[in-house]
Design a protein around this ligand. Sequence first.
Ligand code: S3P
Length: 171
Amino acid sequence: MAGEENHRQIVLVGFMGSGKTTVGRRLAKLLGIPFIDTDSLVEKKAGMTAAEIFAASGEQRFRELETAALGEAVQAPAAVISAGGGLPAQPENAPLLAGRTVVYLEVPLDVVRRRTKGDTSRPLLARPDLASLYEARCRIYAGVATVTVDAASDDAEAVARTVADRLHLSV
Ligand code: S3P
């Protein structure tokens, strides 16, 4: 289909719990292209979980590894890339996102809280100012996105199909 080549690389952004990984996997499957998760690349390279990296070396070190992971991910000729929630907030990542198809999976904060309840794998969820972080991040995601999709539904398959539809991709 015409224009499809432009969307062979799709970067998903959004807050923790927005479904970037779950929806991303489904979307990649629907499109028959690989799925890449920057968090997984970071953890693989470091040989540690994100929480362990934050605890042992600090957030800044995690951000450096994350930028390297995004740089590696965008080398793939075709892929759905789930970008860690903090990635679009780092100015050094702007050139890596520029000109790409970036889809913002938008979810209300109460959905985030429900989906991430009891999750200890993401250190930032413990922040007392989570609501202000959420507000600030949402503005950033909207600013980098080429398309914003309502991802409040827990039906990941339906959200993935909506993303494909909004990008005019046949699945
Ligand atoms: C983070 C989000 C996490 C992970 C790390 C930091 C953030 O990824 O990269 O815990 O700053 O929002 P997900 O958005 O995939 O949960």
